[in-house]
Write a protein that binds this ligand. Sequence first.
Ligand SMILES: Nc1ncnc2c1ncn2[C@@H]1O[C@H](COP(=O)(O)OP(=O)(O)OP(=O)(O)O)[C@@H](O)[C@H]1O
Ligand SMILES: [Mg+2]
Length: 440
Amino acid sequence: MNAREPVKHNPNQPRTIAIAGGKGGVGKTSVALNLALTLARQDNRVLLLDGDTDLANVSIMVGLYPRKTLANVMAGECRLEDVILETDYGLHIVPGASGVQECMDMGPTESLRILRALYNLENRYDYVITDTAAGLQAAGLHMIAATELACMVVTPDPASLTDAFSLIKVLRRRGYNRIPSILVNMAQGASQARSVFQRLDAAAQRHLGISLHYMGGIWRDETLRQSVLNQKPVALLPVSDPSCRQFHTLADMLDVRLSQLPRRKAGIAAYWHKVSKRESANPKALGKPEPQTGNETPSLKHRCLKAVDEIEAVFSEAPIDPLLRYEAFTRLFALLGSTLDSDVIEIIQTGLGAFQWENLSPERKSHLAIHLRDLADQISPPAQEPQSRELIHPVLREPFYDRISFGEQDRLVRVLKEQPADISLDQLLRSLSGNDQGRS
Ligand SMILES: Nc1ncnc2c1ncn2[C@@H]1O[C@H](COP(=O)(O)OP(=O)(O)OP(=O)(O)O)[C@@H](O)[C@H]1O
Ligand SMILES: [Mg+2]
C-alpha cells in the first residue's frame, strides 16, 4: 500500500521520540505502535520508523506484511515513499528502518540520496517515533541519539532495570547527555510502577550522576497481550476502554515532557548526515572503535574528546585539585580555539553539558565564563569561507545541507554573543547545550 499524500507541510521539525530499552521483550514495539496510533488518532501526522530487527515488528503487529523495506530504497530499487505503509488513523510506517545504519557504509552520493529523502519525509509529520531493537548495538544507540527524547521501557523484572541502566551508561559514555524518560511497562499498579522507576533512578543518580525522568506506567494487561496475537492494537479500542485509555495518558505525559524540552533544529536525517560525515573523518563516533596505527597524529576531534575525558576525570575527584582543573581546561580551550567546526562544537556542548556546574563556586564560574566568552570571539561566522567549504563538501552548496552543517554553529555563536554580561554560568551553559528548559 502506498502512502497518502500528507495533508500539509510541517513548517517546524517534527517531535522525535525513540522507544528504547536495553532488554528484549519488555514491550517496546507494543508501546511504540500504540503510542503512535494514539497520537495519529488525535489528528497528528505520525511516522513510525520500525527500527526493530526482530520478527515481531511493528508491521506484523498491525497485520501488514511489507513487500519492500528501507533495504530496497538503499539498493536503489524504489523510492522511500514506496515503502511507507499506511494503517489506521493514517499512521505511516517505514519498515526496516534499522537499515539506515548502512548509509554509513555507502558512498557519500548514495547516502545523501537516502538521507535527503528521509529529511524531506520526516518534515511532513508532527511526530516521528522510532521503535528500536534491544541491545547495545551501534545502530540502536544512533537511533536514540538521533531523536529528541528517549523513552526507555522497563518492566518490574530486575533484568530489565540492569539492561536499561547499561544502555543509559553506554549512551552517556559516548557523549549522549540528554535525560532519558522511563516508562514502566507491565506494572501491577501505580505504586509498583513508581517504585520500579525509583530503583533505576537511584542507581542512575548514584553511579551516573543524573536524575531520570518518570514517564509513567502501563499496566500488565491481558487485553494488550491478546491484541498483539490478534493484530488489533489496543489503541484502536474505544477511548473509554482502560487498555486504550492508558495510551492517551501516555500521549499526554509525552506532550508535557516534550514541552519542557527545547525543539531541536536538526532532525533524524540531519543527525545521520552528521554521523556519516564524522565517520568518514573519524570512525569512532558512537560505535566503531577508532583504528590506531600507533604512528598517526590523532585528529583534533580525538584530542578534544580526550581533553573532555580528562576534565571529567578531574571533576569526578573530590576534592577537585584546582591546578589540575585549570590545566585540563587550558588544554581543551587551546584545542578548541584552533579550529571550530560543527563536530567540535558538538563536543563542547556534550562535554560542558555533562559537568556538575552547580558544584562550582561563583568565582570559578565567572573564571570559566571568561574562557567561554574568549572562545565565542574566536568563532567566525560560517559565511566567511564559502570557497574552501565547497571544495571540501560539494553538497553543501544546497541550502538543505548548509542548514544542517552550520545551523548549530550559528546558533552557538549567537547564543554566546547574545548573553547578558551578568548571566550566571549555569544559565549560559544550559543554553549552549540546548538543555535550558529540559532540566528539572
Ligand atoms: N503491558 C503489557 N501487558 C501484557 N503483555 C504485554 C504488555 N506489553 C507487552 N506485552 C507482551 O510482551 C510481549 C513482548 O512485547 P513487544 O514485542 O512489544 O516487546 P519488545 O520489547 O518490542 O520485544 P523485542 O525486544 O523482541 O523487540 C508481547 O507478547 C506483548 O504482547
Ligand atoms: Mg520489538
